[in-house]
Design a protein around this ligand. Structure first.
Ligand code: G6P
Ligand code: ZN
Length: 541
């Protein structure tokens, strides 16, 4: 074991989901070591305890895992579990941490961002409940990165990550584990596999696009081997270091082929995709895309059809920018609805306290108390379980849902890679005029409330301020503005636009049309075009 002296990097502040940078940034000498040592230095005593490590298999994954193993040994962990090939999907890592009562875990991923020698990489620390470290931990890590002067590492040979089994590294036990087995077993406990299997055997067709990312092996094992979907139902199933040159982001832009298939005459009954690290999901029925916000509401309304949720939900949580469709489901079920800032880490306390069962975000994340991360395949399986039990199509379920609860037309407009100064000043100016907006109108829409979202965590009493600007209109429409916390170059302005339509006769309008006046108001209120120089968003989801 040796102690190596080092000097701090100024840019190691974790964002919405860990530290994300371009690969060449991580490749700077000591960059990875500084961050990992800062994580270890910020934790309470873990001597002899278990650490879990896994990643989404992107470029640089194996190198960082080797460093992390040697550093974990030098810092005194007693046991380390690592997925074979360095692979663990994010929800599977959460499960491994929980199941093995590990002290915590390092998840190496930049989620849905592209991978490759000049693309993105990321390191995130998860705590013993299996969920992302809360803000007080990430702040401590950041503070440590600013003063760090040395790190500890064992000078031992690399571990063979491809061979399942046990080895010793500097006195620490290292186990290379099957990344899929425990996760697949958990899914089998939660859902009615027999009903889904019977539906598939009866001719129900599905396609799952793994986007050359981490869920390929998981989806093949669960959907094809255990549930009997024909070979080929899982596409792009080989995880690649650069995701085949694509963005492993399951949205209508990057999963375009799947979308087009689902809108065509050859569409199977059900289409789905997941992202780089397996925590996001995209759900498309034949001829109908289900927005993540609607998916959360529909899953919550029907969850009792799956064995794990048969006794009902304790509560529902959604991130603030997620549409309010789930709120009306919570109301009907008579359970509490919690509105949290963007970032899965904010659900952790509510889940641990048993206050909520299901959580979701507009950014294509849905999950439950089975782990402490959002879970792409879980959402797919819950949908399949519901479809099997109801015997109806996705379209029929969605239309029935809107009829009962009303429809929240919803879109997110992203302005990517905007100059940071311009994006910051847009938000600052908006913030300055918030007090004066209520009672005024824009494009004929009357503003009832305008504020900057601040969250008081009901479990630990902590406050997170400045979490996004909300403009609420008469009739339940809403515009939210915030800057992304996950980008790696420039700033990304996100504008979330939502209209509530209770009238079933008006549930068949194209989203762009239903939101047209709000889109114009969003520009008028914040001066998006003038301040960013962009005349349209880079991505609409
Ligand atoms: C990650 C986080 C999510 C978050 C999303 C968007 O996927 O895990 O919780 O919703 O990023 O974050 P952003 O700050 O880019 O809007
Ligand atoms: Zn992800």
């Amino acid at each position: 074991m040796k102690t190596v002296s080092t000097t701090p990097f100024e840019d190691q502040k974790p964002g919405t989901s860990g530290l994300r940078k371009k690969v060449p940034v991580f490749q700077q000498p000591n960059y990875v070591e500084n961050f990992i040592q800062s994580v270890f230095d910020s934790l309470e005593d873990f001597t002899g305890q278990t650490l879990v490590i896994g990643g989404d298999g992107r470029f640089y994954n194996r190198e960082v895992i080797q460093k992390a193993i040697k550093m974990a040994a030098a810092n005194g962990f007693g046991r380390l579990l690592v997925g074979q090939g360095g692979i663990l999907s994010t929800p599977a890592a959460s499960n491994v941490i929980r199941k093995n009562r590990a002290f915590g875990g390092l998840i190496l991923s930049a989620s849905h961002n592209p991978g490759g020698p000049n693309e993105d990489f990321g390191i995130k620390y998860n705590i013993g409940n299996g969920g992302p470290a809360p803000e007080k931990v990430t702040e401590a890590i950041y503070a440590r990165t600013r003063v760090i002067d040395s790190y500890k590492i064992c000078e031992t040979p690399d571990v063979d990550l491809d061979r399942i089994g046990r080895v010793e590294v500097g006195g620490m036990d290292v186990e290379v584990i099957d990344p899929v087995a425990d996760y697949a077993a958990l899914m089998e406990e939660l859902f009615d596999f027999r009903a889904i299997k019977a539906m598939i055997a009866g001719g129900f067709s599905l396609t799952f696009d793994a986007m050359h990312a981490v869920t390929g092996p998981y989806a093949q094992e669960i959907l094809e081997r255990r549930l009997g979907a024909p070979a080929g139902s899982v596409r792009n199933f080989v995880p690649l270091e650069d995701f085949g040159g694509h963005h492993p982001d399951p949205n209508l832009v990057h999963a375009r082929e799947l979308y087009e298939l689902m809108m065509s005459a050859e569409a199977p009954d059900f289409g789905a995709a997941s992202d780089g690290d397996g925590d996001r999901n995209l759900i498309i029925g034949r001829g109908i895309f289900v927005t993540p916000s609607d998916s959360l509401a529909m899953l919550a309304a029907n969850a009792h059809l799956a064995p794990a949720y048969a006794s009902g939900l304790k509560g529902i949580a959604r991130s603030m920018p997620t549409s309010r469709a789930a709120d009306r489901v919570a109301e009907k079920l008579g359970v509490e609805l919690y509105e949290t800032p963007t970032g899965w880490k904010f659900f952790g306390n509510l889940l641990d306290a048993g206050m909520v069962t299901i959580c979701g975000e507009e950014s294509a994340g849905t999950g439950s108390d089975h782990v402490r991360e959002k879970d792409g395949l879980w959402a797919v399986l819950l949908w399949l379980n519901i479809l099997a039990k109801r015997g109806e199509s996705v379209q029929a379920i969605a239309e029935g849902h809107w009829k009962e609860f009303g429809r929240n037309y919803y879109a997110r407009h992203d302005y990517e890679d905007v100059a940071s100064d311009a994006a910051n000043s847009l938000i600052t100016e908006l913030r300055e005029k918030l007090d004066r907006l209520a009672g005024t109108s824009s494009k004929g829409l009357v503003i009832t409330t305008a504020d900057d979202f601040s969250y008081l965590d009901p479990v630990d009493g902590s406050t997170s301020a400045n979490q996004g600007i909300r403009i609420l209109f008469e009739g339940g429409s809403r515009i939210v503005y915030r800057l992304s916390g996950t980008g790696t170059s420039g700033a990304t302005l996100r504008v979330y636009i939502e209209r509530f339509e209770p009238d079933a006769a008006k549930h068949d309008v194209a989203t762009g049309e239903a939101l047209a006046d709000l889109i114009a108001a969003a520009d008028e209120i914040a001066g998006i075009r003038a301040k960013t120089g962009r005349d349209k968003p880079s991505v609409i989801t």
